[in-house]
Ligand binder design. Sequence first.
Ligand SMILES: *[C@@H]1O[C@H](CO)[C@@H](O)[C@H](O)[C@H]1NC(C)=O
Ligand SMILES: *[C@@H]1O[C@H](CO)[C@@H](O)[C@H](O)[C@H]1NC(C)=O
Ligand SMILES: *[C@@H]1O[C@H](CO)[C@@H](O)[C@H](O)[C@H]1NC(C)=O
Length: 408
Amino acid sequence: MLCNSLAAGVIAFGLPTFASASLIFASSYNLDAADGFVSTIKYTDGKLEVINNQQGICGANPSWLEFVGDHIYCLDEIWNKKPNSDSVGALYALKATRDGTKLTESKRLEALGGPVSTVRFGQRLKGLAVAAYGGGGFQTFDISNPDAPQVVNSSSFTITPKPGAIAQQGVSHVHHVILDPTGDFIAAPDLGGDLIRIFKVDKKTLEYVESTTIPTPDFSGPRHGAFVKLESGTYFYVVTELSNEIIGWKVNYKADSLEFDQIFIAPTHGPDTKVNNTIVKAAELIISPDNKFLLVSSRLEESAGQIDIPNPETNAGQIKSDPLINWAIQADGTIKLQQIFPAGGINPRHFSLNKDGSLVLTALVTDGRVALIERNVQTGNLTKIVGAVKIIGGQPNFAKFKEDTKCA
Ligand SMILES: *[C@@H]1O[C@H](CO)[C@@H](O)[C@H](O)[C@H]1NC(C)=O
Ligand SMILES: *[C@@H]1O[C@H](CO)[C@@H](O)[C@H](O)[C@H]1NC(C)=O
Ligand SMILES: *[C@@H]1O[C@H](CO)[C@@H](O)[C@H](O)[C@H]1NC(C)=O
């Protein structure tokens, strides 16, 4: 491994034993009705390389990864198998070798149907909360022993569909779980119900109480969100998949609940813009580490929204790209459009920033590609697509640097 030889070289010069290679992990659905993949991508000196593309290690439809020390928790939506995602999903505790070339399963647990997102919470972050899209639910797990996670509590929600609702809003679809800055509350956007569900969590027992629900406009379909703590207060932002909007609220803390006061609602692409909501599907929302920028990804644009770029896998030939949309967060919690930048291909279901905010990874489902973009941490602008790799046979839906990895 270059990772090892680099580290050895560094040791020879008497410097700290951190390798300059970093590891990225990605989850992918399969192009066909077969098991999906969890992949390791090595990033060294501006180059990306797939060093492991492991099929079936997280079942049929891996959708999300959570890094816990040497472990990787992976959710399986199981939507291409029977019984399908509405009734049962799975949580895998996987162990990665240090060089990332192999994953092994420590434990597989059944989960609520169609799990799609996790967040760590509680004392010493020993809790793992899970959003279940297919089953319209919320669950907490105890991961004190990372090899043997155990379920703590589970809830499934019922909603009354609004007249005129599309099929996707016929039932509850919890799409994301987000821990608030105090660690006492988890917010969970419910795309089916046009709601943000707020849970008060017990940091010791990892149990919870559903405290309040915050409504979003009819047929908006809230998908992913984030809390931001500024000097002027705490704010919550959500991107809506069905109406392609960003909504911002000021958060007011009560003893056992949160209240949200809406401060703005804006189209994802900027003031006075409009996309065809039948086709275009906003997906991810990420806040920069300095809390100064809010970025969203937009999927499956019509031709007017697509950007022509050189193919980042080969640097030869032109391809079409969906956008990432970059907003500057103002002191009062409102947002101002700053930049629209190519995601590196079509269907950026997920993207992530590294810890210092200098790199952005995008998971491009339709193109089977993971792309890496440079970001100027001072200006907040995305500046250059550095490179990209193909996940052979896969439809990547999540990609993130595992930054505690040391190869030495
Ligand atoms: C969580 O589990 C505890 C212990 O079994 C139980 O007392 C509590 O009612 C559960 N809460 C929910 C929201 O299911
Ligand atoms: C939006 O897209 C749908 C599906 O292609 C199409 O039927 C509809 O006419 C489009 N609407 C507008 C306003 O272009
Ligand atoms: C950031 O990008 C926007 C959009 O391209 C551009 O107008 C602006 O000048 C850039 N800011 C800096 C500081 O480069």
